[in-house]
Write a protein that binds this ligand. Structure first.
Ligand code: NAX
Length: 367
């Protein structure tokens, strides 16, 4: 028997990443081969013609799982009842634009998108922000959605994770499926920290199989700068690999990580590993039943601790630039989040969540 279709909203749907992404979603790579999808495609008004072209091509693939396509020139319509929202669209950095200018213009877009998700999306919507600066845009969207849980918002660092895995496999002559336990910490930016200390290749510690000098002097900068390297080589930014990373992120979040494997996801910090609360930071997570949990108890040496701090500092600076876009009313819920995975309920240490003494809360039920 066929399942009920789910609604997947995608912004920037006529852009380069979406040109790979939408076809993967329609083919069932993201939500599973038995899950029909409704694609709610969103663009700016000037790009609606291009979007119509993409929709025609999707139709012409005759994907068995593609239930319906709808086109929208505004997020308020496009997010209606969405179960999944992939926020890919953003203003690219123009000539002479500083990073802080980019943060500012995109910040306003993501504030509006957070409000629209709050007002129109399904109450259980799962949101992934790809548009850059992804972590800070996720924070803005989440802070502008007071009726949703901050744990429903995530940002994409899976591309960095996949890059680290691919580059390590290539260096050691392994295949990516032999590599486990890669972690990318922090910001999706050149300050990110790709950590190999807990990675394994065919079950053996990866760090013993590479030269420490290569790790620090070549591997880390290579992963950090991979985006620019691709722009230089191709004349265009990563698109197909970004689409694959989006598919992997959502697939793992919804359908679970492989047993024993970790994924890197940009999520709201709950203070784990000493990372300041209230910023979106990439952590190692495991997912099941549609939820994620930060992997705890990982030992960090001094080098790693220092790297975690550098990228945290950058995120705090970005947060300061967009402070005027972060409504005060959502500050408490973002500073006190704790995610109770056993019950599937999001609990807030500030008392705004469900009552923990409730007699209905004593079981492992999934809400
Ligand atoms: P493109 O410029 O090809 O496409 C972006 C599309 O978004 C355009 O069609 C534009 O019309 C649309 N758009 C802009 N503002 C919009 C809005 N308010 N509502 C709806 N649509 C809007 O860029 P593309 O290569 O697809 O990249 C998209 C974003 O992903 C960029 O911000 C890029 O920097 C970011 N990336 C993030 C990555 C990550 O790992 N987090 C990696 C890949 C990529 O660089």
């Amino acid at each position: 028997m066929m399942r009920r279709p789910v609604r997947v909203a995608v912004t920037g749907a006529a852009g380069a990443i979406s040109y790979s992404l939408l076809f993967k979603i329609a083919a069932g790579e993201m939500m599973g081969k038995d899950q029909p999808v409704i694609l709610q495609l969103i663009e700016i008004p000037q790009a609606m013609d291009a979007l119509r072209g993409v929709a025609m091509e999707l139709m012409d693939c005759a994907y068995p799982l593609l239930h319906t396509i709808t086109l929208h020139d505004n997020v308020e319509d496009g997010f209606k009842n969405a179960h999944y929202a992939l926020l890919v669209g953003a203003r690219p950095r123009g000539p002479g634009m500083e990073r802080s200018d980019l943060i500012e213009v995109n910040g306003e877009i993501f504030a509006r998108q957070g409000k629209a998700l709050n007002d129109y999306a399904n109450r259980d919507v799962k949101v992934l922000i790809t548009g850059n600066p992804a972590n800070t845009n996720a924070l803005i969207a989440s802070r502008n959605a007071p009726d949703l849980s901050p744990s429903q918002f995530t940002c994409l660092t899976r591309l960095d994770h996949n890059r680290a895995k691919g580059i390590l496999a290539n260096q050691t002559g392994a295949t990516p499926r032999d590599v486990n336990g890669i972690i990318v910490w922090g910001n999706h930016s050149p300050t990110q920290y790709p950590d190999l200390h807990h990675a394994t290749i065919l079950g053996e510690p990866a760090i013993n199989q590479v030269d420490m000098n290569w790790y620090k002097e070549e591997f880390i900068p290579k992963v950090q700068q991979r985006g620019s390297e691709i722009i230089q080589a191709r004349g265009l930014s990563s698109a197909a690999s970004a689409a694959q990373a989006i598919v992997d992120h959502m697939h793992d979040w919804v359908l679970g990580t492989e047993p024993g494997e970790v994924a890197s996801m940009g999520i709201l910090s709950d203070g784990s590993y000493g990372v300041e609360k209230g910023i979106f930071y990439s952590f190692p997570v495991r997912c099941n039943y549609g939820r994620y949990q930060i992997v705890q108890g990982i030992e960090l040496n001094d080098f790693s601790k220092e790297c975690l701090k550098v990228t945290e500092q950058e995120l705090l600076e970005e947060k300061a630039v967009v402070n005027h876009l972060l409504p005060e009313e959502t500050a408490a819920s973002h500073d006190n989040l704790s995610i109770c995975l056993r019950s599937g309920v999001t609990l807030y240490a500030d008392g705004t969540g469900p009552d923990q003494d409730s007699k209905f809360m004593t079981t492992n039920r999934v809400m």
